[in-house]
Write a protein that binds this ligand. Sequence first.
Ligand SMILES: CC(C)(COP(=O)(O)OP(=O)(O)OC[C@H]1O[C@@H](n2cnc3c(N)ncnc32)[C@H](O)[C@@H]1OP(=O)(O)O)[C@@H](O)C(=O)NCCC(=O)NCCS
Length: 328
Amino acid sequence: MDFIDLRPEDLTTVTSAVELVNAAQAVDSPWEHSTTVVGMVGRMRYGWDLEPGRRLAGVVDGRVVTLGVVETSEWDNLDLAWLGVTVHPDARRRGHGTGMLERLVAMATEMGRPKLGTDAWDGTPGVPFAEKHGFVKKSQAINRRQHLAEVAFDRVEKLHDEARTAAAAYELVRVLGRTPDDLLPAVAEMSASINDAPLDDLEIEDENFAPERIRNYETAQLSRGQRLYRLVARHRETGALAGHTVVAVEEERPTIGDQHDTSVVADHRGHRLGLFLKSGMNLWLREAEPQLETIDTWNAESNDRMIGVNEELGYRAMGRVLEFQRTA
Ligand SMILES: CC(C)(COP(=O)(O)OP(=O)(O)OC[C@H]1O[C@@H](n2cnc3c(N)ncnc32)[C@H](O)[C@@H]1OP(=O)(O)O)[C@@H](O)C(=O)NCCC(=O)NCCS
């Protein structure tokens, strides 16, 4: 197998990689929204927050049969690399996955990152593959989806009104796109409360949420053609930011929404702010993005609080991802 460093300018190879990812999704996780060339190029240029990682295409007889990804951060977890291997369904069980994984492990080692992580959908070949290569399961997360055509908005309004009563000390502030400069330090501080979300046995350090990184996240998402909606709960008396929720809507396919972080700062928990924020986001998006059809969210399976809120709003489980770790 030949390895090609995948570059966003190389649209021929990128297009082959997109076809490969979509063929794999069709067999492993058919409910997932397909990947587009625009989406892949955006991810390759900007990543989640301007740390796009590196991608390799594995080519056999002139055909891209496998895609490998190494993701790392310079903000925290400096010893960790998260690896991804996808093999075209027509080319599996021929050792290509193993060949790509070995190459990625070598790259991580060269980068001085001995802690490795990877993930796979439960019940798919990725699980025995990861186990065969010495990875141990550390956590499991559920992908849930809210189908907006099924949502009874009168119920969402009722839940929102009930939550507003419990959260009377707080007001909601809508931030479209970039966070204003004067709010950025407080948004960054509040964002760090996502570190309280359960990690189960994953060996991952707390993430660093410097204001510059929040800005990088917004720049990356907007550059990728995501419209960003952030709803913030502010304590009326002190002005303290108590919690927030963020949803991104794809410009290319504006029926697709993706839930990013939701968190409530520890001192402000117990006032139904989670439900107040998430129902408030549904009501905002109904006005601002009436064509939206779905919102996807991810939670550790052990995150009872957040899952409880999501289920009240009609989110349904689509699939379970297992997360694995090992050392190089
Ligand atoms: C997981 C995946 C990468 C494996 O690719 P592959 O090229 O088929 O893997 P290999 O041929 O190198 O398989 C190596 C070993 O993994 C295990 N394995 C792979 N697929 C398996 C399956 N369907 N059932 C049981 N064991 C399997 C076997 O031990 C296999 O060795 P063997 O063929 O000698 O028995 C591929 O199925 C895929 O792309 N899945 C979707 C993405 C994914 O889940 N990636 C996992 C990231 S860790």
